[in-house]
Write a protein that binds this ligand. Structure first.
Ligand SMILES: Cc1cc2nc3c(=O)[nH]c(=O)nc-3n(C[C@H](O)[C@H](O)[C@H](O)COP(=O)(O)OP(=O)(O)OC[C@H]3O[C@@H](n4cnc5c(N)ncnc54)[C@H](O)[C@@H]3O)c2cc1C
Length: 320
């Protein structure tokens, strides 16, 4: 891999100096923390998720986010180069992570940007890109491997991508499907590897790049929503409000009472919405009598109908 100079000083002198730029900080992490891991990454013994997150803390993934309209791609190139001086596989994972940040930063879906921009640019969420197949398809080399069927509120996607890197069970990656019955019409989306309808299949050993978290990815009726609802955020907000109200159960204030009613109403509605989405995610499998998602949907209905039920809560809130 050819390199771009990151620092003008000889290695021995650099060691004692604090980093002055993001690329310097990345170079320092590469020398101190990545170098001892490089052989294990090469052999596939480890996928360096912790190191990638530490690089995120140092700002390595933030330079693809436009600052006053302009992204600092030079910084990303220098950082990837610094990693590549020590470990080519990690330089490739850095590129993968940067593509994910770039897709989010350039999305015209404000809900997606709001949910993911900070998490991917700081490395709290790791991931990459599944655009090899779409790129080949755009140039007529192969057909698009993912197909999406339009359903209420989004699409149901099927197919498989043979290799996608920098993945793990809680990672995301950007890719493209073609809308069924509308050849040439495509949709770009972020795939959530924790989705039960997505399977990561380990690849056979490669000549190199084995520690890069590269998997064959199967999509079995994955629901892709037109507006991805952030249920994790919704849950943590509702939990925080629950714990705040639980600290003061005898509070007779009207405002406190209204907060209790609103929380109880929101919890019922959120339970049904989350279970409904899980049901659509699983497609026909979720419709099996033995499947847990249809049980969760029935349980969620109970939250919404048990007294005080949704209708009564709305009336109580109006009267309060
Ligand atoms: C370790 C590893 C990690 C990977 N990570 C990712 C990833 O993160 N994301 C991702 O999307 N993909 C990833 N890939 C896939 C990679 O980008 C290539 O698409 C793949 O290696 C090509 O393999 P193939 O056997 O399908 O190639 P082929 O389809 O046989 O193509 C071989 C080469 O010839 C070119 N080619 C094929 N047909 C033609 C034609 N008619 N005219 C001109 N050129 C042609 C192709 O572009 C390619 O360069 C990864 C692959 C590996 C091995």
């Amino acid at each position: 891999m050819s390199s771009v100079a990151v620092s003008r000083l000889p290695v021995d002198e650099e060691r004692d100096l604090p980093p002055t730029s993001i690329a310097d900080a990345v170079a320092s992490i590469a020398r101190k923390d990545l170098a001892p891991l490089a052989a294990d990454i090469d052999s596939g013994a480890i996928y360096p998720a912790d190191l990638l997150r530490r690089l995120g803390n140092a700002g390595a993934w933030g330079s693809h986010v436009p600052n006053n309209g302009v992204a600092d791609l030079g910084c990303a190139i220098q950082s990837i180069s610094a990693l590549g001086e020590v470990c080519g596989a990690t330089a490739f994972m850095a590129w993968c992570q940067n593509t994910l940040v770039w897709y989010v930063a350039n999305s015209d879906n404000p809900a997606l940007v709001g949910r993911f921009a900070d998490d991917v640019s700081t490395g709290r969420i790791l991931g990459g890109t599944g655009l090899s197949n779409p790129m080949k398809s755009l140039f007529g080399i192969e057909k698009l491997k993912l197909k999406g069927r339009k359903v209420d509120g989004g699409y149901v996607v099927r197919g498989a991508l043979p290799w996608v890197s920098n993945l793990g069970s809680d990672h995301f990656f950007g890719t493209i499907f073609e809308i069924e019955d509308r050849p040439g019409e495509i949709v770009m989306f972020l795939a959530d590897c924790s989705d039960p309808a997505i399977t990561l299949q380990p690849c056979k050993p490669f000549l190199a790049m084995d520690g890069t978290g590269t998997y064959s990815v199967q999509f079995r009726d994955v629901f892709v929503s037109n507006e991805p609802t952030d249920f994790r955020k919704m849950l943590s907000d509702l939990e925080a409000e629950t714990m705040a109200l639980a600290r003061d159960p005898f509070n007779a204030d009207d405002g406190y009472w209204r907060r209790v009613l609103a929380l109880r109403l929101n919890l019922g509605e959120a339970s049904v919405a989350a279970a409904h989405t899980a049901m659509l995610h699983c497609g026909a499998r979720g419709y099996l009598k033995s499947h847990r998602v249809q049980r969760r949907l029935r349980e969620a209905y109970f939250v919404a109908i048990v007294t005080p039920a949704t209708k009564q809560l709305r009336k109580m809130l109006e009267d309060a």
